[in-house]
Design a protein around this ligand. Structure first.
Ligand SMILES: Cc1cc2nc3c(=O)[nH]c(=O)nc-3n(C[C@H](O)[C@H](O)[C@H](O)COP(=O)(O)OP(=O)(O)OC[C@H]3O[C@@H](n4cnc5c(N)ncnc54)[C@H](O)[C@@H]3O)c2cc1C
Length: 322
């Protein structure tokens, strides 16, 4: 039986959905699931990790761990591993996960598979599947001679059941050795958006060059407002300077896997598809009935976005009583 350490991410006092997924998956594969939580809210987050299957929580509540710092976090992970001797470490393939865990894996001489879309654990053996060449094919990876097997899972790939709020947890504070930092974080300047990050969103409405001009993103904003969605974009409109790169979906942007992805005026180039074909339901709106996006869509609407989006927004308003 594997001993599984789960690196838990949180925001505004809430355990992220991606971490809930990992904990629930870990719980269904092991009776020894340890949540590793950083930041001054770590102890209250620990209670939430219990609801999703953690049996023990290791916290690092030190003020220095409130914001991501790769040197500090790597040190803490090294010491968490030394303490737990976990055989599997699961984390999200988030921006933090992708930056942190290659360093941690090198430090721990561990094996690592990043960007996995499915995972199987049988006893001590772990097999992680990940897409290659922008999703043209998939590869299954197993580990060899790795005492610690690290897998970074894409968010929204694993199911989340209702939390069991009757569960409690043993919390242990990890006292991490102080290290001399080579890079100091001086300030975090918040972006303007308070919206949920694309990679976490349950519904994404994305716009492409078919919108004709930046101002027409207002149609997407209105629909997104009604649906509680986050707005994304194709690279064509990011390159044109209509929207920031943080909104780009695709091979050189973000990978999303929401329950619903609405692609508006996007042709469906392979590099865009690479970032969104993991979505559960895909709806495309395009004037060209032969646009490649329709081949990947669950539902297709052939028509002009300027006709269709206001109607959809009104219908959703009515249906959702907004
Ligand atoms: C190395 C590399 C990496 C890349 N990475 C990415 C990436 O991460 N993400 C990404 O998106 N792209 C990426 N690209 C670019 C990609 O190849 C495409 O050029 C890009 O996705 C096209 O964007 P688009 O679909 O918005 O524009 P277009 O391909 O121009 O499509 C516009 C669509 O809008 C439709 N349309 C026109 N008028 C209307 C209307 N009134 N109403 C509704 N529909 C309308 C058209 O029929 C057309 O299908 C990458 C390319 C390379 C080479």
């Amino acid at each position: 039986m594997s001993k599984i350490l789960v690196f838990c991410e949180h925001h505004n006092g809430q355990l992220k959905r991606s971490s809930q997924e990992l904990l629930q998956f870990a719980k269904s594969n092991s009776s020894d699931v340890i949540a590793l939580i950083f930041g001054k809210e770590a102890k209250s987050i620990a209670a939430q990790t219990a609801y999703h299957g953690a049996t023990t929580a290791l916290t690092v509540s030190d003020e220095a761990y409130v914001s991501y710092n790769p040197e500090l976090y790597t040190q803490a992970i090294q010491e968490a591993y030394a303490k737990t001797q976990a055989t599997v470490l699961l984390a999200s393939a988030s921006a933090t996960g992708k930056d942190l865990f290659p360093k941690a894996a090198a430090r721990l001489n561990a094996g690592i598979v990043s960007d996995a879309t499915s995972l199987e654990i049988n006893g001590a053996s772990v097999v992680a599947k990940k897409p290659l060449f922008a999703g043209k094919c998939f590869a299954n990876h197993a580990f060899s001679n790795a005492s610690l097997q690290i897998v970074l899972m894409r968010p929204n790939q694993l199911p989340v059941a209702a939390p069991d709020t009757s569960k409690t947890i043993t919390i242990e504070e990890l006292s991490v050795t102080k290290i001399d930092l080579k890079v100091l974080l001086k300030e975090i300047v918040k972006g303007t958006s308070e919206k949920l990050d694309l990679t976490e969103a349950n519904i994404v409405v994305s716009g492409g060059r078919g919108l004709k001009e930046a101002a027409n993103f207002k149609y997407l904003d209105e629909l997104a407002q009604v649906l509680g969605a986050t707005v994304g974009a194709s690279r064509a409109v990011v390159d044109a300077g209509w929207v920031p790169h943080s909104m780009q979906v695709g091979q050189t942007g973000k990978t999303v896997a929401p329950t619903l992805y609405i692609a508006v005026g996007i042709s469906g180039a392979i590099q865009h598809l690479a970032g969104m074909t993991g979505s559960k339901v895909i709806v495309a709106i395009n004037t060209d009935a032969n646009a490649p996006i329709f081949q990947k869509s669950t539902y297709g609407i052939v028509g002009d976005f300027a006709d269709i989006l206001p109607k959809l927004t009104e219908e959703f308003k009515r249906a959702l009583h907004k």
